[in-house]
Design a protein around this ligand. Structure first.
Ligand SMILES: Nc1ncnc2c1ncn2[C@@H]1O[C@H](COP(=O)(O)OP(=O)(O)OP(=O)(O)O)[C@@H](O)[C@H]1O
Ligand SMILES: [Mg+2]
Length: 459
């Protein structure tokens, strides 16, 4: 904790002098002011942790100073100094936002006790804030959204794997399916969670750099190696190393990696000593490693080492039943982030989301909802704020239109798709007061498509 900053506002020179002298020797930073006005300036520029404010001041009075400090910031703890017996004024001061008061004349023992209690209060509140932040940042399985059987199954499996402390894990899945998320959750739910989680994207570095990044190097290992450098495996001691895009590492590094997994030791570049490491390796790829083995770009023995526990995260199109839940989850998230209060996603819009194929998987869905939340000015996410490629599904003349939920409810059971689409068009034409451009917009199709369909249904 940094040394406390203390401000003393008192017109009596002796008081200012004794505060300075006593508190500075104890290591506090002390500022003093002769008047309320001067004190407020210091309060603004220095944001002290504690301000001692005398009641009787030339010019602005103590109580006024307190209320001004309070409106300036919430962080400064105020101690009111008043003549013995003026309880009423002390009560007023507390109501205005002072935390403590002290009667004059006082002994410094009292002052020390007050400062100690404030210091304890600050340190507790710092700790609470830190814990809150850490807790918020820590991805756990609770943060993984999805109720489909396949997602539930892989959460269950990951949960089991998390408890096995050393086992290597391979996460497979297309881009944006949540490999990163699962890797973090596994780390955070393991008993390595208080140790580092180190991640490196193997595709982002040239081969030689990747090797020295992972294993470190001794001084003078190559021209630029002026100093000894520890690699990520060493830096992650006790924790987890996440090797993203493992399919991109070269054969030499693959051999070394195999050594790490088999023997739990590493050797720095141009080093001679085997350094033991206690780490868990989680690797991820969206490549078909079996094919890389056939192409002789990936070692089979490394593949088998990595695939002891393999988690295959399916693309979003294979669990569309989670789209609705995920969309609502991201809606809440971005409402919060952008301080909006959009209640829901319009059922038609949701239907479109559920029909789309999501080549960019959950990341793409997240981006689409983020965009819609930013654009939306009503309290419901409307179709028109979805990107064209999702709404476009609608514009395909061969593609049936999506009827509104109301319409579906009102139609007789056994109505044909033909009837539904026809009614959908009639409904939107009515809504648009027979303005075709407007009706097409409501339907999320082009005017040409609408004309084509009207002709088809003889409207
Ligand atoms: N099941 C899920 N629940 C909630 N959010 C998810 C889920 N899966 C993925 N996400 C979110 O989607 C985004 C993409 O996920 P992530 O970065 O983990 O994907 P990835 O598989 O590592 O992608 P890439 O291969 O491109 O690195 C992240 O913002 C992540 O938080
Ligand atoms: Mg990733």
């Amino acid at each position: 904790m940094q040394p406390l900053k203390i401000l003393v506002i008192d017109d009596e020179q002796l008081i200012r002098w004794s505060f300075e002298k006593k508190l500075r020797t104890l290591g506090y930073t002390v500022f003093t002011a002769e008047s309320g006005e001067e004190g407020l300036q210091l309060c603004e520029s220095e944001v002290p942790d504690v301000a001692f404010v005398d009641n009787k001041l030339p010019g602005m009075q103590g109580l006024e100073v307190i209320s001004r400090i309070r409106s300036m910031n919430e962080d400064t703890n105020i101690v009111f100094m008043t003549a013995y017996g003026s309880i009423d004024t002390a009560v007023k001061a507390m109501k205005l936002g002072a935390q403590e008061y002290v009667n004059k004349p006082f002994s410094f023992k009292e002052i020390y006790a007050i400062i100690d209690s404030i210091r304890e209060k600050i340190s507790i509140s710092n700790e609470v804030q830190l814990l809150r932040r850490q807790h918020k940042d820590k991805v756990t399985f609770d943060h993984i959204v999805g109720r489909s059987p396949v997602i539930r199954k892989i959460i269950q499996l990951s949960n089991k794997i998390a408890r096995i402390n050393t086992t290597t894990v391979l996460l497979l899945g297309e881009s944006g399916t949540g490999k990163d998320l699962f890797a973090r959750a596994i780390h955070n739910e393991s008993n390595r969670s208080n140790k580092p989680f180190v991640t490196i994207n193997c595709a982002s570095l040239p081969e030689t750099l990747l090797e020295s990044e992972l294993f470190g190097h001794e001084q003078g290992a190559f021209t630029d190696a002026k100093k000894l450098k520890k690699g990520l495996f060493e830096m992650a001691e006790g924790g987890t190393v996440f090797l993203d895009e493992i399919g991109e590492i070269n054969m030499v590094t693959q051999v070394k990696l195999l050594g790490v997994i088999e023997n739990r030791v590493i050797r720095r570049l141009s080093g001679t000593a085997d350094i033991p490491v206690d780490i868990r390796i989680i690797a991820a790829t969206n490549k078909d490693l079996k094919r890389s083995i056939e192409d002789k770009t990936f070692r089979e023995d490394l593949f088998y080492r990595l695939t002891v526990f393999q988690i295959m995260i399916p693309p979003l199109r294979e669990h569309p039943e989670d789209i609705s839940l995920l969309s609502d989850h991201f809606l809440a998230h971005f409402n919060n982030q952008f301080r909006k209060s959009i209640r829901l996603i319009d059922p038609d819009a949701k239907h479109l989301l559920e029909k789309y194929s999501w080549p960019g998987n959950i990341r793409e869905l997240r981006n689409v909802i983020e965009r819609a939340v930013i654009l939306e000015t009503h309290d419901v996410v409307q179709v028109e704020n979805l990107p064209a490629e999702i709404v476009k599904l609608h514009s395909d003349p061969a593609h049936p239109l999506i009827p509104s939920a109301e319409l579906v409810r009102s139609m007789a059971e056994g109505s044909s798709l033909y009837d539904l689409e026809k009614q959908t068009i009639i409904e939107s034409l009515n809504k648009a007061e027979h303005n075709q451009t407007k009706a097409a917009k409501i339907l999320g199709i082009t005017r040409d498509t609408l004309r084509y369909k009207m002709k088809k249904y003889k409207l």
